[in-house]
Design a protein around this ligand. Structure first.
Ligand SMILES: *Cc1c(COP(=O)(O)O)cnc(C)c1O
Length: 218
């Protein structure tokens, strides 16, 4: 791992006004500690089991994010401390998060995961269904969940114009929801998009949070 390389990436992201989320999945504790020592405090895992192991092994002032598909029966393990859940794509999951948050007297921030990539992924809300999803969310009147924005992934492709148009579509969804549903909510401000292979395009297209693993850890 190379401090100069990592600082360069961090500068790029800071200049764009975005946040770097360190995706620590599959990495050794020493590698994650290296980034912690460089000052990084936002870390993301896609599996609850590994998240719980990391919490035991690392300092306790890390903001932990869940970025992968989250099963309802796992929410109880993370409800006490999770900073942001990026991967919310069902009302049942929202209800569970709300219920578990209540037990800890917390309001848990979430992102709605939206699907723009061509790949036939099982996860994410289709763009044409997003408005209905938010309408249904409001009907539930959940008190212990707050929506901070949306998350999305681009298709894994060498075609950067395709990636760009998908990120542009996510930005349109974000702006549309902001205008229609969240205009009075300052906390609706995160557009989580961009990974190691496409984060520069994501920043150009308005990402506020890039999720980086391999480009940092090498
Ligand atoms: C693994 C993962 C990332 C980071 O991927 P890299 O290509 O290693 O940067 C970002 N987002 C999600 C949802 C992931 O699962």
């Amino acid at each position: 791992m190379d401090k100069i390389h990592i600082s360069h990436i961090q500068n790029q992201i800071q200049k764009a006004g975005a946040t770097l989320l360190v995706v620590s999945k599959t990495r050794q504790i020493e590698q994650i500690q290296f980034l912690y020592d460089m000052g990084f405090r936002d870390m993301g895992e896609n599996r609850v089991q590994s998240l719980m192991e990391r919490i035991e092994a690392l300092p306790n002032d890390i903001n932990w994010h869940v970025i992968g598909h989250l099963q309802k029966n796992k929410v109880k393990y993370i409800a006490e401390f999770v900073s942001l859940i990026h991967s919310v794509d069902s009302l049942e999951l929202l209800q569970t998060i709300d219920k578990e948050a209540k037990k800890h007297d917390r309001i848990i921030p979430v992102l709605f995961q939206c699907k723009v990539a061509e790949e036939d992924s099982k996860f994410g809300i289709a763009v044409e269904d997003v408005d209905q999803f938010v309408d249904d969310f409001y009907d539930l009147k959940l008190e212990n969940v707050v929506v901070h924005g949306i998350m999305g992934m681009g298709t894994l492709t060498e075609n950067s114009e395709k990636t760009r148009s998908e990120f542009r579509e996510l930005k349109e969804v974000f702006d549309g929801l902001k205008a229609k549903y969240f205009s009075d909510q300052k906390s609706f401000k995160e557009l989580s998009m961009g990974m190691s292979g496409d984060y520069e395009i994501a920043l150009e297209e308005g990402s506020t949070m890039v999720r980086l693993g391999s480009v940092l850890f090498g």
